[in-house]
Design a protein around this ligand. Structure first.
Ligand code: FEO
Length: 170
């Protein structure tokens, strides 16, 4: 059975993942409002990925005999000045999530809960991918500029992203 300390910390992480989902859905709506449907699609897929992250934690608490407690989700930001600003916020947010996952790993080691330490490795690999995807898009926006033909092509590229549920096991 999972310790109360870890159960509480993972419950807090479920809330953080749901907030991430909500933030990315809000970003998708910003992109819709400025006519960038491809970027909006990319962010909507990101929203789905974050929900997947939350559900993976929910399943884990239940598998370990814990109790999932859902807390209110904070209202996300709604306005940005440019696509670049959105993607820079996204990267900053993911770096924060990475530090939250690192803290969870530290706690699981403190508690000598090897099952949880092992389980969390999946999230570490996922964070490497998320930060790298964000950096790639930031670089591309810087390369093509915020508008014009390059932006049109980039929007088209991001419009092709589809959600595929990641493998359940690392
Ligand atoms: Fe759930 Fe984007 O980390």
């Amino acid at each position: 059975m999972i310790s109360k300390r870890l159960e509480d910390a993972i419950n807090a992480q479920i809330n953080a993942e749901m907030y991430s989902a909500y933030l990315y859905l809000s970003m998708a709506q910003y992109f819709e409002s400025v006519g960038l449907k491809g970027f909006a699609n990319w962010m909507t897929v990101q929203f789905q990925e974050e929900q997947f992250h939350a559900f993976k934690f929910i399943d884990y608490i239940n598998e370990r005999g814990g109790r999932v407690i859902l807390k209110p989700i904070e209202q996300p930001k709604t306005e940005w000045n440019s696509p670049l600003e959105v993607m820079e916020d996204t990267l900053k947010h993911e770096e924060k999530v990475t530090s939250l996952i690192n803290n969870l790993i530290n706690l699981s080691m403190d508690e000598k809960d090897h099952m949880t330490t092992n389980f969390l490795q999946w999230y570490i690999a996922e964070q490497v991918e998320e930060e790298s995807n964000d950096k790639e898009i930031i670089d591309k926006i810087k390369l093509v500029g915020d508008r014009g033909n390059g932006m049109f092509m980039l929007d088209k590229e991001l419009g092709a992203r589809v959600f595929t549920p990641p493998a359940k096991e690392a």
